[in-house]
Write a new protein. Sequence first.
Length: 143
Amino acid sequence: MDDTFYMRQALTEARRAAEKGEVPVGAIVVCKDRIIARAYNLTETLTDVTAHAEMQAITAAASALGGKYLNECTLYVTVEPCVMCAGAIGWSQLKRLVFGAEDAKRGYLRYAPQALHPKTEVTSGVLASECTALMKDFFAARR
Ligand SMILES: [Zn+2]
C-alpha cells in the first residue's frame, strides 16, 4: 500500500466530516501496514475547538496500541496540521507524518516548524488537489 491509498482513506473520513457540517479534515493512523485509527474533525459535534481530526486519531491510535507513543506509526491527514496538532504529534513521537493540502493560514509550518519530534519524517502534497477541493467546496457551500 502506498501513500495515495492511505490518503484516500483519510479523504473518506474528511467527507464524513463534511456530511455532518464539520470542516472536512480527515485523518488515519497506519501501523505496520494496518489502519489502527480513523478520525475526522468533530469540533462542532463535541463543541470543542480541540477536537481536530489529528487529535482524535492520535488518541484512538494510542488506545488501539495500548501505548502512548506512535513511533512506529504514520499519520495521514488531509490538511497540514495546525500548531496544536503539531504539538500533539510531537508528544506522540510519531514516526511519519503525511499530509495533503498545505494550510498557509493556520498550518504549523509557518508558526512552529520545529514542533514535531526531530525524528519524524514529513511528506506533503499527497492528493493535495483533492484535499484542497474538499475544503473549498465546503466553505463555498456555506457562504
Ligand atoms: Zn489541528
